[in-house]
Design a binder for this molecule. Sequence first.
Ligand code: SF4
Length: 355
Amino acid sequence: MITRSEGFVQSRVQSRTQPRAQISTQTIGNSGCWQEQLAGAITSPEQLLAMVQLSPELLSPALKASREFPLRVPRAYIHRMELGNPHDPLLRQVLPVGEECQHIEGYGLDPLAEQSQNPTDGVIHKYHGRLLLIVSGACAVNCRFCFRRHFPYQDNRLDRDSWRNAIEYIRADTTIKEVILSGGDPLANSDRRLANIAAELNAIDHVATLRIHTRLPVVIPDRVTDELINWFARQRLQPVMVIHANHANEIDDRVGQAMFRLKQAGVTLLNQAVLLKGVNDSASALIQLGEVLFKAGVLPYYLHLLDPVHGAAHFDVPDVKATRLIKEVMAHCPGYLVPRLVREIPGRPGKTWVS
Ligand code: SF4
């Protein structure tokens, strides 16, 4: 008899149509607890290119682009890339490229105007009934398309005073039913700090749901520790985790097992993806992503159109293609595997559906 998590492993292995040459675990040196893996992330373009066996010709533009937004990628994530493939969909999400340095009209530093919806340090209140707490400026991975790649995290630190102000802001507004921990990556915090944050939110009666937006369990699945699982299981607040995966190859066996544990702890698991040229801009890639997520117990929630942030224009997929792709996904999948195609428009009290 096989367990469900082992079943995930087997079905994932069987779903691969072609073997991909990947870096061996031994070569990549992917070991240690999650904090050690976080600290040991690759930050040198030269080292990344050598690890995935790619031409040093890519180095010069990578170095130039990384001066604007540094490279950062954990070894556990590199392990899922295909050796020698400059078009690998995971590599493309993290390798700095020369196009990032071009200034394109309409692309700016604060594409969602978040800095005007920042009532107190560490708080972004742009949606009705819910708000974001920026509880970390750190990420395990620097995604080249990130809409917050220029966000002034240093001005939004939740130090003791600003944390008090944030809690008072939430306590005073009884319309806030849901608090979203965001960042950066909220799971870059220790389990103890997360428990302290949740304890204060637990004490506010009108807050019912605690949502965590995180990419860490995808890029370093060991982040899902026993302590984190126990913490979720003890929550008064309804726990929701929205992970961020853009391609099926990101969901390997270890990610599947981490999701399985979270699900067993009662966490509602959703995924948000960004539609990215050269990564997932085909119906087959989106269908496979939805299927692999579902096998891991995660429902596809949002498919975001790219936010126009400086440095990411080369990832843009035109609306007309995006709507065609989502129609193809709808034609092939049950409704629960079709993510909502959305765009975020500054000033609107929620995401805008694109159809
Ligand atoms: S993990 Fe999230 S916040 Fe961090 S760089 Fe990637 S998309 Fe941006």
